[in-house]
Design a protein around this ligand. Structure first.
Ligand code: FEO
Length: 400
């Protein structure tokens, strides 16, 4: 059966949810699934904007056929060539032999890399600012390289003022309410949006800033991304969140404590520090065991919080590997501008603190707070004062 939603009289969502998927990109846990958004514009000419993942092909094709309702398809616009959005291009080309594929020079390079399609006489190559005239609807192409791949472009529909934003402004999670004004709290899925942003495009802050500058020059009534909800309201707040994240500015003055612990001793120090912070009046302290929580959630919390506490044991004369993995991911995602406190453990030759310090110092704009706690196997009574000092230092730094 067709499962589509009208965005306007002539623009229709033809995407699909995948609630069975366990790992997005075979890497990120998505307990609430993911949506693959695709759109049709019905005008003098018809256009499908991006396709969908192969896991939802059946639903997607049903949606296309029913929505076109016997009409031919004129254009397949490819804003992003990642397989979760382009897996059905070839099938659409076969089903609609008159359809042309619209992309930029890089799009077509990638189509050739991924597939063996015969594109002869079936391409329309666009450049930044070009307009595809569908009749009453006109798609203006706004390039968004590296948000999240080099070929990415957005399409701004000038008449109804809709920005088809590709991976920008997307989210993990299948969509229960497709339009963000269909739920009481328009930012109900903020955590999953932040996790999507931080892990998928977090590395490309400057490129997201470039997109935000381009978006500022457009009169936008609605944002239609490739994943997650369609934004009908609160667009300024949505842009503001992305502005903050892409500047690597903390979203909140808040503390997240990340600990690795083999036998519970480093965990004990982390938990006691969390209690000290709460007693000192710090709200919403978040504590994570880096061995238990997938790194994508930790990265997302780092994008949210101004202050981080890293606590880990020494292992193989190096750093406990789940913490090393978190620090590698922080580097890969270009994380910057946080205040960091360090707790290390080492039963005979503590190394973890030195390594964490080096890795954090290599990131831009990081400030390591002075007090470091060194555990020799376990926290001792006489170290409570040092831990309390660390707590006081964090409380003070939150006031900056
Ligand atoms: Fe969902 Fe970068 O693709």
């Amino acid at each position: 059966m067709q499962n589509t939603r009208k965005i306007t009289d002539s623009i229709i969502w033809i995407g699909a949810n995948d609630r069975r998927i366990a790992l997005f990109e075979n890497m990120f846990p998505v307990d609430r699934g993911v949506s693959y958004n695709s759109y049709v514009i019905l005008d003098e000419k018809t256009a499908v904007l991006d396709t969908a993942d192969s896991e939802v092909t059946q639903q997607f094709l049903e949606n296309v056929k029913r929505t076109l309702n016997g009409r031919d398809l004129d254009y397949i616009v490819v804003n992003h060539m990642e397989p979760d959005h382009c897996a059905n291009i070839e099938t659409l080309m076969r089903l609609y032999p008159g359809a042309k594929v619209v992309g930029n020079a890089k799009t077509f390079q990638m189509i050739e890399q991924f597939y063996d399609m015969d594109l002869a006489d079936r391409t329309v190559t666009v450049k930044e600012g070009d307009v595809l005239d569908l009749g009453a609807h006109k798609l203006q192409f706004v390039f968004a390289p590296m948000v999240h791949w080099p070929e990415v472009m957005m399409a701004y529909e000038q008449t109804e003022k809709i920005l088809f934003s590709a991976d920008a402004f997307g989210s993990f999670g299948a969509v229960d309410a497709l339009f963000n004004d269909e739920q009481d709290c328009p930012f109900a899925d903020l955590a999953e949006m932040r996790r999507y942003f931080s892990n998928i495009v977090g590395k490309y802050g400057p490129q997201v800033q470039a997109v935000l500058k381009k978006a500022a020059g457009l009169d936008i009534a609605m944002i239609c991304p490739l994943h997650g909800q369609i934004w009908k309201k609160d667009i300024p707040q949505l842009l503001e969140k992305h502005d903050k994240w892409s500047r690597y500015e903390a979203e909140e003055k808040a503390v997240a404590i990340f600990y690795g612990s083999m036998y519970g001793n480093t965990a004990e120090a982390a938990e006691i520090l969390a209690s000290m912070l709460a007693e000192a009046g710090v709200k919403n302290v978040a504590v994570y065991d880096v061995s238990r929580t997938h790194v994508s959630f930790l990265i997302s919390e780092i994008f949210r919080c101004s202050n981080l506490v890293l606590a880990a044991p020494t292992y193989n004369n190096g750093l406990y590997s789940p913490m090393a993995n978190l620090l590698e991911d922080m580097k890969a995602l270009n994380l910057q501008n946080r205040k960091v406190s360090i707790i290390e453990n080492g039963s005979w030759a503590p190394q973890a603190g030195k390594i964490m310090r080096e890795k954090v110092s290599a990131l831009k704009g990081m400030e390591i707070l002075e007090t470091c706690v060194t555990l020799k196997s376990s926290l001792k009574k006489e170290q409570m004062e040092t831990l309390q000092k660390m707590c006081g230092e964090i409380v003070e730094s939150l006031k900056d």
